[in-house]
Design a binder for this molecule. Sequence first.
Ligand SMILES: Nc1ncnc2c1ncn2[C@@H]1O[C@H](COP(=O)(O)OP(=O)(O)O)[C@@H](O)[C@H]1O
Ligand SMILES: [Mg+2]
Length: 235
Amino acid sequence: MPLLELREVGRQYRIGQIRIDALKDISLDVEQGEFVSIMGPSGCGKSTLLNVIGCLDLPTAGSYRLAGQDVSELTDNRLSELRNQFVGFIFQSFHLLSHLDALANVELPLVYRGLEGVERRRRAAAALEAVRLSDRRHHYPAQLSGGEQQRVAIARALVGEPAVILADEPTGALDSRSGQAVLDIFQELNRERALTIVQVSHDENIARRAHRIIRLLDGEVERQEVLQVQEAGQA
Ligand SMILES: Nc1ncnc2c1ncn2[C@@H]1O[C@H](COP(=O)(O)OP(=O)(O)O)[C@@H](O)[C@H]1O
Ligand SMILES: [Mg+2]
């Protein structure tokens, strides 16, 4: 069973009399352990697709299954539970809280899960270790470089042990060296933990570090390109 299964998914927005088909007839499977890049011009539906995959938005046509669960059958509460259990988000602008240090930012999703303090800090420290920022745990976001802030955001996405990381232009605000460092971490997490990753990128060099590139045009899959066969034992 694919981890993500989209069948003829559409997402239409209406603003007054105007209808916008942000996604049209998208059929797509992503297996557990895959690393996928989504590319395409501005406005082609990349963020909308990521939001549907992450259950931040629902399709207006077709069906979407996350880990076998048809999202259209769920109440809002079950949908946010599914999202919290399976999905970790990473954004271009990091979205860290400026008044919390790195460790406290990473702990935050576990506060919402009701974990007690010692266990929270243990897990947050392990997640910071995974992105090689143990020595920056008491730095505030303003005291970190952009690349380091994005690695804290990756640790925050990891700490809840999601099945899939969804990253919307994660290197868009970074210089190329910091961007490659983020991709080094994605590749390591993908290989060593069989973590599924779906990233949006404008940058061909960044996108090509995935197993597969999905190119969107006007809300549709224009074409797909397989770059590397998933390593044996990953799925
Ligand atoms: N909440 C919304 N309401 C109305 N239109 C939207 C909304 N979100 C996105 N759109 C429209 O849907 C299309 C796809 O947007 P988006 O997914 O953000 O594109 P991309 O991320 O590829 O730049 C665009 O034409 C955009 O204007
Ligand atoms: Mg976008």
